[in-house]
Design a protein around this ligand. Structure first.
Ligand code: NAD
Length: 310
């Protein structure tokens, strides 16, 4: 059994860490948010007061944080994880942080004799709860081999993509597609509503037609159709608007560097940026549909002709 430290016990971190607890590992966790700490404790994660306390004596450290600068903050510097880990330990970063940041952290980990694997995930909170995440790994084979048994408790498709940063490369491209299809699902749902189409019938037809996608299927943005979609739970995240905006920014920056046009991604990024600016940044990304004009109705209420002139 491994001594594990977990930094970042948010929407994804808690269910993922809980699977390691369930598999019999000792997991010490740290988060700056009190509610997150309480939820984690209820899931069997032992609370630690600081990053240094959490990682001392750990074989493997997981980070599941919002963005690259936050991961950098908790790993580097005198109070960071690298400074308090024994040589030979491995850090697994499951956050989405971009390629360059992952490679930079890999190099800085190396200076401390610590391994660093970028391991961004896909599958959402539901995938985290069901241990059915896809994990895309970048790093040295020896480190990947060491952490793979732990990752098998968290995900169902684990692939070593290549060298450091390659997991993030895969994730950047995947999430560019996810962001586009989510924005398209939101626009389509609003149009369907305006046309007076019943949301359930609209959903059932698209599911069997060419407009279907993973985001449409799992994160249908009108309430009351897909019980597990955040839209059916008051648009509570799930996956926050600010996080998909960050992912699309990473995609456009990467595309610029490699001289690739990404006009559709840029448009989706602008829509999520506007949603964030109007105060929806901490809501689930399905709330984009509300920003685009979707009307939330009481369960069972049909769309009607009034929608056409609303
Ligand atoms: P979240 O905001 O719910 O969780 C992040 C947690 O980190 C929060 O609890 C926050 O309090 C904590 N935190 C922030 N700064 C900290 C610090 N200095 N020390 C300790 N804890 C700190 O975010 P999330 O939805 O769990 O996403 C985490 C990462 O996973 C992001 O990079 C996101 O892009 C990626 N991701 C999310 C999803 C999803 O569906 N939510 C899916 C795939 C990937």
């Amino acid at each position: 059994m491994s001594e594990v430290a977990w930094i970042g016990l948010g929407h994804m971190g808690v269910p993922m860490a809980a699977h390691l607890v369930g598999a019999g590992h000792t997991v010490r966790g740290v988060d700056i948010d009190g509610t997150a700490r309480r939820t984690a404790r209820e899931a069997g994660v032992e609370p630690a007061g600081s990053v240094a306390e959490a990682v001392r004596g750990a074989d493997v450290v997981f980070t599941m944080l919002q963005s690259g600068p936050v991961v950098e903050e908790v790993l580097t510097g005198p109070a960071g994880a690298f400074a308090h880990l024994a040589p030979g330990a491995v850090v697994v970063d499951c956050s989405t942080i971009g390629i360059d940041m992952a490679r930079s952290l890999y190099r800085r980990a190396e200076e401390h004799g610590v391994g660093f694997v970028d391991a961004p995930v896909s599958g959402g909170v539901q995938g985290a709860e069901q241990a059915s995440l896809t994990l895309m790994l970048g790093g040295d084979a020896v480190d990947v081999a060491r952490v793979e048994p732990l990752l098998k408790s968290i995900g169902s498709y684990i692939v070593h993509v290549g060298a450091s940063g390659d997991g993030q490369a895969m994730k950047v491209v995947n999430n560019a597609m996810m962001g586009i299809s989510m924005a398209a699902s939101c626009e389509a749902a609003v149009l369907a509503q305006r046309l007076g189409l019943d949301p359930q019938v609209f959903y059932d037809v698209v599911l069997r037609s060419s407009g279907d996608s993973w985001t449409f299927r799992n994160w249908f943005p009108l309430p009351g159709v897909v019980p597990t979609s955040p839209s059916s739970h008051g648009y509570e995240p799930g996956f926050m608007v600010d996080l998909v905006h960050k992912d699309l920014r990473l995609a456009t920056e990467t595309a610029e560097e490699f001289d690739v046009r990404m006009d559709v991604v840029r448009t989706a990024m602008r829509l999520f940026a506007e949603a964030s600016e109007s105060g929806a940044g901490k809501r689930d990304l399905t709330a984009l549909a509300l920003e685009l004009g979707a009307v939330v109705r009481t369960p069972g209420e049909r769309f009607g002709p009034l929608d056409r002139i609303a």
